[in-house]
Design a protein around this ligand. Sequence first.
Ligand code: HEC
Length: 161
Amino acid sequence: MSEARTAAGELGSQLQQALQAAIAEGGPVAGIEVCRHQAPQIAETISDEQLQVGRTSLKVRNPDNAPDRWETRAMEDFERRLAAGKAPGEIESFAIRNDGERRYGHWMKAIPTQPLCTACHGSDISPAVADAIEAAYPDDQARGYSVGELRGAFSVEVALD
Ligand code: HEC
């Protein structure tokens, strides 16, 4: 699963770089555009026929990122491991899955909430940011997070045959 790990690492670092640059230049409202347009684009660039990388959460902002049942159970298990004292950076999960048509390895890794994230995912979001989020994501559930909580997970599927 080293290619899954590399893909998730790439998505995480490219996104964080783009986000930090946009926020430094135009504030968090500009950052929303990065998350909205560049996140799926970066994920697509890193993905290919054999490997798909994305992000999901138990409380999604974009319904397109909603988890399937296995991902939901994996993240519920991540929450239990975090509560039991495991370091968030070490929480991950892997299974061989079979959807009837293909076999694939499914790897997930916890994404902890960092200070940078709370501008858009915390409980004290500025009115301008809240307005921009509501305009683009009327069903947003991804707020109220504190630093250290699990915001979600990287999810990588790698085709096995
Ligand atoms: C500038 C605002 C902003 C900041 C800062 C921000 N996010 Fe987001 N985040 C968003 C938006 C907007 C989306 C929806 C993206 C989409 O449409 O796919 C999102 C989506 C996500 C998702 C995908 C699941 C979902 O809820 O749809 C994860 C996981 C996530 N963010 C984690 C983080 C983490 C971790 C940080 C801090 C390192 C962070 N975000 C910082 C705005 C932000």
